[in-house]
Design a protein around this ligand. Structure first.
Ligand code: NAD
Length: 364
């Protein structure tokens, strides 16, 4: 059985298919003879590359595979250049399609190549990490890092289809899996208190990757992301709620590098910080703040600075938050919670409040 979520963006609308044993390329049915380039990384290609290729071949599509080294370091310009060459070698033309088979790194990189090669060729997302399934494969943000910062070059470019096959999550390393759970929790906080309560009820099953739970949970996350992106495709307003926890998280990612601290781990600490700021300035209840922190702990995610590899000082974090892409006139912006399921974006917080919360969070 599979479930489908529709992303409603006018002529750029598409479907997300969620289930097991799914076949990528449904959106390309009836297009036998077109060429495809499957872009994957060195961990995922050996596991699923041949299967993806066979599925496309059965539909009469002519696929080629190309592989980049696994890891965030591949999300940079040299790999973009290499993938343009691979696309040319594979004879990709305007009717062709690029298939991103991998986690968020591959989706962002291959999506950017698809957005720019021949001024844009179609693009299918086959997310293989939990984070990519619930977040990065949906919504059309593609891009690469520059040596001076993350995601500094990119394009809004929607895929024509997203296919999330739950069975591939079995091979995802445990730390990567838990990192994806942080984004799952985020959806409950920003949009849906009932979903949050559901996650509290199912935390142990989720941690155990129970397939019966996962399909429903990934579907709900995709529905929320689709709804938010449908309201504000290019982040001129409400889409910013998706950045709950991200202000501190981005600073921590820059400070620690992406290997020592995974994106979801940084988000978990960032959400604990944002929850405490929300208690301090937005009337978010102590009890709801504690519920969030307890859920993150049950999912074995970090919620405090003491769980990070090395100490990090307020001065370092303050400077990094001031220079964040989303800061305005060097004043960091936060997404803060009023209650579970409802947040406000674009908030400023007096610096002395930030500093005092930073010194002693979480209070739970
Ligand atoms: N575009 C967006 O909206 C958006 C949103 C959030 C994050 N991102 C980006 O996503 C990236 C992080 O994504 P990620 O956490 O998926 O990282 P990732 O793509 O680096 O994948 C994490 C690791 O898991 C491996 N892996 C993936 N699927 C696997 C599977 N099924 N089995 C075994 N191994 C598997 C990968 O090879 C890699 O080593 C960052 O670059 C971040 O900037 C983008």
């Amino acid at each position: 059985m599979s479930r489908t979520v529709h992303v409603d963006l006018g002529e750029r609308s598409y479907e997300i298919h969620i289930g097991s044993d799914l076949l990528p390329g449904g959106a390309l049915a009836g297009e036998a003879g077109i060429r495809a380039l499957i872009v994957s990384d060195s961990h995922v290609d050996p596991l699923y590359g041949a299967r993806c290729e066979a599925v496309l071949r059965r539909q009469g599509i002519e696929p080629r595979r190309t592989v980049v080294p696994a890891g965030e370091a591949s999300k940079e310009l040299p790999q973009v250049q290499r993938l343009y060459e691979a696309a040319l070698d594979a004879g990709l033309d305007r009717r062709s399609v690029i298939v991103a088979l991998g986690g968020g790194m591959i989706g962002d990189l291959a999506g950017f190549v698809a957005a720019t090669y021949l001024r844009g060729v179609r693009f299918v997302q086959v997310p293989t990490s939990l984070l990519a399934m619930v977040d990065s494969s949906v919504g059309g943000k593609t891009g690469i890092n520059l040596p001076r910062g993350k995601n500094l070059v990119g394009a809004f470019y929607q895929p024509v289809e997203v296919t999330a096959d739950m069975s591939v999550l079995e091979s995802l390393p445990p730390r990567e899996y838990r990192s994806g759970l942080a984004e799952v929790v985020k959806y409950g906080v920003i949009w849906d208190a009932e979903f949050f309560a559901d996650l509290e009820a199912k935390a142990e099953g989720l941690l155990g990757r129970e397939a019966s739970l996962l399909e429903g949970v990934v579907t709900r996350c995709c529905e929320i992301k689709a709804e938010v992106v449908g309201l504000d495709e290019r982040e001129s307003g409400v889409r910013a709620v998706l950045n709950f926890g991200h202000t501190l998280a981005h600073a921590l990612e820059t400070r620690f590098g992406y290997r020592d601290l995974l994106h979801g781990e940084a988000i978990a600490v960032g959400m604990a910080f944002a929850a405490e700021l929300s208690v301090a300035v937005k009337g978010f209840s102590r009890e709801d703040g504690n519920r969030l922190i307890r859920l993150l702990r049950r999912l074995e995610l970090p919620v405090s600075l003491s769980e990070l590899k090395e100490p990090v000082t307020w001065d370092t974090v303050r400077d990094l938050m001031r220079s964040d892409k989303k800061a305005r006139q060097s004043v960091p912006r936060f997404v803060l919670a009023e209650r579970l399921g409802s947040v406000i974006f674009g908030c400023t917080v007096p610096e002395e409040v930030q500093q005092s919360v930073f010194a002693s969070f979480p209070r739970e």
